[in-house]
Design a protein around this ligand. Structure first.
Ligand code: FAD
Length: 466
């Protein structure tokens, strides 16, 4: 017979949403069970953020090893053993997924392996390869994430790759076509270009990295083109693919004309869809949008009051740190805390060359909302540390409210933008003004001084530019 197992808080999915929610719920005294059908850590740790950043940093090292002549360094016969790169990357992933398991166990979270399916508002069936078990829960947090969208003209195969396939290649391809110049396509395209692959990026919109200001994305575009082995087609449509014995023929349409590109592989990164279609949610009455996104309130509660949803399956940018943030809110809401989501301080980062990062409002968004703002810019080229790093490309832009200097947004294009954006997220979160940052002593010489100087620009009295 199948006796139901009673659990207090059930978390479905162990990505950066689910595992963080589980740990916080346990910290708050809940008895937590987490169920995962794949590998602990979800997309982010296994086939997303972490392995992609590992590949990017390896590619970057290889590239800079070869091209530091302007600093007086000439390296000959720099080679790459891609099998070792992949092994090193796998080691990084394993350390982190093992770490997640340790953290869950350390917080006394029960880990169940299997796929969860809703029976009613208090019950799931969890199916393993050869068994099924019913669980009854008081509260549930759904964190099942997302998967790559497949377009009918580009069915995934051995040579038509999604991001997971592109991360797992055994050899460096000679030529790679990337359909979609969003952040995933741009990051992976850059990584392989640095390893020597000839890369063709095909983007339907006017620009790659469409979510960012043109001034930022055009820096990335310029650097990609400067590599010499990257071609970018914007306003271009991917029409179809034909697999040959040892590669692909990709047909694209640019300015009304069709052309065919021969390559080893084509990577398709045209967006992701939420994993909400195979959960039995309709049986429970959890409301969704037409796109299969689960509707939630400010506490991540769905239309069924004891069921919460977080991460890529709800509205908002599909980013790991957003999933984790929502995970903490959901766990705290279940514990009866008044926690509520506020997305203003959520940063978005691209690990491109240079890195791009944005938090809060852009100047254009602020103006659209009728806010009177001062946008203050400071270039990396005027910063000593950036010069000493040979990384002078880029700028930091601060968006402040005109009446009182309140920081409401920031954009950074430049080396370490991904780390620098944290200070500005904090400034927004803490309600700081440009003066607060200008009066904060930043160590010299550091890239952080760029932030301080932009704040001084906002106040009208910068030291290092006129
Ligand atoms: P996921 O990480 O997708 O985890 C969901 C988990 O639920 C999976 O492990 C899945 O197996 C499990 N699951 C699904 N259904 C069931 C079920 N019925 N029963 C049991 N388990 C189930 N974000 C960033 O912030 N920064 C980055 O640099 C970044 N880089 C990325 C690079 C790539 C190549 C990709 C693909 C994504 C990247 N992302 C990045 C996005 C990030 O990975 C996601 O936003 C994040 O993983 C979402 O977390 P999540 O917890 O919602 O879901």
């Amino acid at each position: 017979g199948d006796f139901a197992i009673d659990v207090d808080t059930l978390v479905i999915g162990s990505g950066p949403g689910g595992y963080v929610a589980a740990i916080r719920a346990a910290q708050l005294g809940q008895k937590v069970t987490i169920v995962e059908k794949g590998t602990l850590g979800g997309v982010c740790l296994n086939v997303g953020c972490i392995p992609s950043k590992a590949l990017i940093s390896a590619g970057h090292r290889f590239e800079t090893a070869k091209h530091s002549d302007d600093m007086g360094i000439t390296a000959e016969n720099v080679t790459v053993d891609f099998t070792k790169v992949q092994e090193w990357k796998a080691g990084v992933v394993k350390k982190l997924t093992g770490g997640v398991e340790g953290l869950l166990k350390g917080n006394k979270v029960d880990i169940v392996s299997g796929e969860a399916y809703f029976v009613d508002g208090n019950t799931v069936r969890i199916m393993d390869e050869n068994s099924a078990q019913t669980y009854k829960f008081n509260n549930c947090i759904i964190a099942t994430g997302s998967r790559p969208i497949e377009i009918p003209t580009f069915k995934y195969s051995k040579r038509v790759l999604d991001s997971t396939g592109a991360l797992a290649l055994k050899d460096i391809p000679k030529k790679l076509v990337v359909i979609g110049g969003g952040y995933i396509g741009t990051e992976l395209g850059t990584a392989y270009a640095n390893f020597g692959t000839e890369v063709v990026i095909v983007e339907a919109a006017d620009e790659i990295l469409a979510g960012f200001e043109k001034q930022m994305s055009s820096l990335v575009k310029r650097n990609l083109k400067k590599k010499g082995n990257v071609e970018i087609f914007t306003k271009a449509m991917a029409k179809g693919v034909e697999e040959t014995e040892d590669g692909v023929k990709v047909t694209i349409e640019v300015k009304g004309e069709e052309q065919t590109i021969d390559a080893d592989y084509v990577l398709v990164t045209v967006g992701r869809r939420p994993n909400t279609d195979e959960l039995g949610l309709d049986q429970v009455g959890v409301e969704m949008t037409d796109r299969g996104v689960i509707k939630i309130d400010k506490q991540c509660r769905t239309s069924v009051s004891n069921i919460y949803a977080i991460g890529d399956i709800v509205e908002g940018p599909p980013l790991a740190h957003k999933a984790s943030y929502e995970g903490k809110i959901a766990a705290e809401a279940i514990a009866g805390h008044p926690a509520e989501i506020d997305y203003l301080g959520i940063p978005a980062v691209v690990f491109s060359e240079p890195e791009l990062a944005s938090v809060g409002y852009t100047e254009a968004q602020a103006k659209e909302e009728g806010l009177e703002v001062v946008a203050a810019k400071f270039p990396f080229a005027a910063n000593g540390r950036a010069l000493a790093l040979n990384a002078t490309d880029g700028f930091l832009k601060l968006v402040t409210r005109k009446e009182d200097g309140l920081i409401i947004g920031a954009q950074i294009a430049g080396s370490s933008a991904s780390d620098m954006i944290a200070e500005l997220g904090l400034a927004i979160e803490a309600g700081m003004t440009a003066e607060d940052i200008a009066m904060t002593i930043h160590a010299h010489p550091t890239l952080g001084e760029i932030t301080m100087e932009a704040a001084e620009v906002a106040m009208g009295s910068p030291i290092h530019i006129v």
